[in-house]
Ligand binder design. Structure first.
Ligand code: AHR
Length: 624
């Protein structure tokens, strides 16, 4: 028996509490959310032909380039050979084409010698069949952008792109790009529609970006620099990706950050999703797993200026330096940034020493912006008391905690925040995921996360934000698992863990309600976990309940303190369940585990559900 007390409204819940953490890991940005299909479009990878197969006379040059910060380009010379001179691009583990869909191809070109020159562009299927074609005529010695729209005649998840110079002579090409004509909101330089839709359906309250360890970089030189990620996309300089992770890719990297999906696009996406943006920037430390490199405390000036300028980029007027950059990119209105993270998953005394310097400046210049500090990783799931103490002394607004632990740990820690200090900074559960031994996104891990999240919700007075991590993984190019959403070049797979986040995100409350099990607040009795909230806006009581055992359990929820009776009222039930705790969703069977909707009726002021084993329930009841 669970008793929900409606007599007293509990603490307020932050509307942005449950959200999304994004990092370019597992091809999350380039090759994933960012819809560009061409890999190494600017020829700036460590070897300019990574991703490309040139044929005929094709060389690389930097002389008199088109883009100062991406100077390499290719020179094609055609002397009337049978095949011509050209290039093929393999895409990100190949390219996905959909029958009858359009593809916007473009490049920058010049013809140093006089005369018009013809290029043939081909979409090539996995069996080498040509499944789409177009032509571009190039003329003139100055760099110009040329484009053509192609239509795919077949669906193919493993296609590639070929371009061929057919006229005799010389032509230079750079920034060779191709996007599906259908992107999220059909924007140019757009995002993959199906992946953004998956995010949108989570109803996220906060959007943290751009990572993760990539904020820090393997070295300080390769840290994420937001200023490199804004302005014309062709001139955003390439950066290494810290997740060139495997032995092979460390030495022959093929995973970089083009910054095509940069801070402007992240802010815009946050706005589209209705989520509060939460950018995180480097605090003067390289990734501490990889390096001890750090900026001397007295030399942090440019790093701190990056934070100040970022606030101006997001919120400044159109006549401010960085506000103008935003306006010129198409968004004169401010993005209404309210919080910023300084440092990702940092530890040791180096971190608070540096954070202090940032805080002195930010508190003075921008007292309106909340500052998110870090408590490092959680070794053995324990708190880093040293860092927490430091965060309290520095008076940061929120502390980011990360935990990747077993499903059992998540169940045992559903009461983690029950006696957290209410007087110190608030908590941002910024990266969490239950890691089953198989590292699969299975039902067992999802149910453990749901149980843990009832604990986050019960403690919403101290836990203000929570985001699962990592978010995305490409089926053929992942470095880390489990991940919330899997995809290949054409399809998306929502995991059971995704559905837990969705059920929570779509059923938030405005106030916590007290909930007791059998007259006690002990969490996890009989493998059952629950939280209850009031949503004042929709006049609903929402109870979330988890049965982490494998047996069916009858759960009666009794509502105390209701004004009047609610006999025979309809309770909307959303259930996520599988008899098999190892069950996963896959490309072949993406809907094996999905939420199922039903109703029960109230009897007096209570209702009963027969909670099946390995299940998560959201029960919603209108109260007037
Ligand atoms: O989410 C994957 C990684 O885990 C993040 O980049 C980092 O913050 C943590 O160590």
């Amino acid at each position: 028996l669970f008793e929900v007390n409606l007599k007293k409204k509990g603490p307020e819940i932050q509307p942005e509490m449950f959200g999304v953490f994004f990092e370019d890991i597992n091809f999350g940005a380039d090759g994933g959310l960012y819809a560009e299909l061409i890999k190494n479009r600017s020829f700036e990878f460590h070897h300019p032909f990574v991703g490309w197969t040139p044929f005929g006379d094709v060389t690389v040059s930097e002389e008199n380039p088109c883009f100062e910060r991406n100077p390499h380009y290719v020179r094609l010379k055609e002397k009337g050979s049978r095949r011509g001179a050209g290039l093929e691009n393999e895409g990100f583990r190949r390219m996905g084409f959909r029958k009858n869909s359009g593809y916007n191809f473009s490049f920058y070109a010049r013809t140093p010698e006089a005369g018009e020159m013809k290029f043939r562009i081909e979409l090539v299927g996995s069996d080498e069949e040509i499944i789409g074609r177009g032509e571009i005529l190039v003329n003139g010695p100055d760099w110009k952008k040329y484009s053509v729209s192609l239509k795919a005649e077949e669906t193919d998840a493993k296609g590639k792109l070929r371009l061929i110079l057919e006229s005799p002579g010389v032509a230079d090409l750079d920034h060779i790009s191709m996007f599906p004509s259908e992107t999220w909101k059909n924007r140019a330089n757009g995002l993959r529609k199906d992946l953004v839709e998956a995010l949108y359906e989570l109803n996220p309250g906060v959007f943290r970006f751009p990572g993760g360890c990539i904020i820090e970089g393997n070295t300080l030189e390769s840290r994420y620099q937001w200023k490199h990620s804004v302005g014309p996309v062709e001139n955003r300089p390439l950066n290494e990706n810290r997740w060139n992770y495997t032995f092979k890719h460390r030495f022959f990297p093929d995973y970089y950050q083009t910054y095509g999906l940069g801070f402007y696009e992240y802010f815009l996406l946050s706005e589209d999703l209705g989520a509060e943006p939460l950018p995180v920037i480097n605090c003067g430390l390289a990734c501490q797993y990889e390096s001890t490199e750090c900026v001397a405390v007295d030399d942090l000036g440019p790093y701190i200026q990056d934070a100040v300028d970022l606030i101006e980029f997001a919120n400044g007027s159109v006549i401010s330096t960085w506000g103008k950059v935003r306006a010129d990119m198409g968004h004169p209105e401010p993005f209404n940034l309210k919080m910023i993270g300084i440092g990702n998953e940092q530890w040791g005394p180096q971190y608070p020493e540096r954070l202090k310097k940032f805080m002195e400046v930010l508190r003075e210049k921008h007292p309106e912006i909340k500052i998110v500090g870090s408590s490092g990783p959680t070794p053995d799931g324990e708190r880093f008391d040293y860092l927490w103490q430091q965060m309290k002394e520095l008076k940061v607004d929120l502390v980011d905690e990360h935990y990747y632990r077993s499903p059992e740990w998540f169940l045992e820690n559903a009461d983690r925040y029950d006696d957290y200090d209410r007087k110190g900074p608030k908590v941002f559960a910024g990266e969490f995921a239950a890691h089953h031994a198989s590292r699969d996104n299975n039902v067992r891990s999802a149910i453990a996360e749901a149980a843990f999240m009832t604990g986050l919700e019960r403690n919403a007075d101290v836990v203000e934000l929570a985001t699962y991590a990592p978010l995305f993984a490409h089926m053929d190019a992942w470095q880390w698992k489990p991940d919330m959403i899997w995809f290949d070049n054409l399809s998306v797979v929502r995991t059971p863990n995704y559905y837990v986040q969705q059920m929570v995100g779509q059923n938030t409350g405005t106030h916590v309600l007290d909930i007791q099990q059998n007259g006690s607040s002990i969490v996890g009795q009989d493998s059952l976990y629950a939280s209850a909230v009031l949503n004042e806006t929709s006049s609903a009581v929402i109870v979330k309940a988890v049965n982490a055992s494998s047996e069916i359990k009858e759960i009666t929820v009794s509502l105390k303190g209701l004004k009047g009776s609610i006999q025979n009222a309809r309770v909307e039930i959303t259930e996520l369940h599988s008899n098999d705790p190892e069950a996963v969703n896959s490309l072949d069977n993406p809907n094996l585990v999905v939420p199922v909707f039903s109703f029960v009726q109230t009897d007096e002021n209570s209702f009963t559900i027969n909670a099946r084993g390995n299940s998560f329930y959201v029960c919603k009841l209108k109260i007037n």
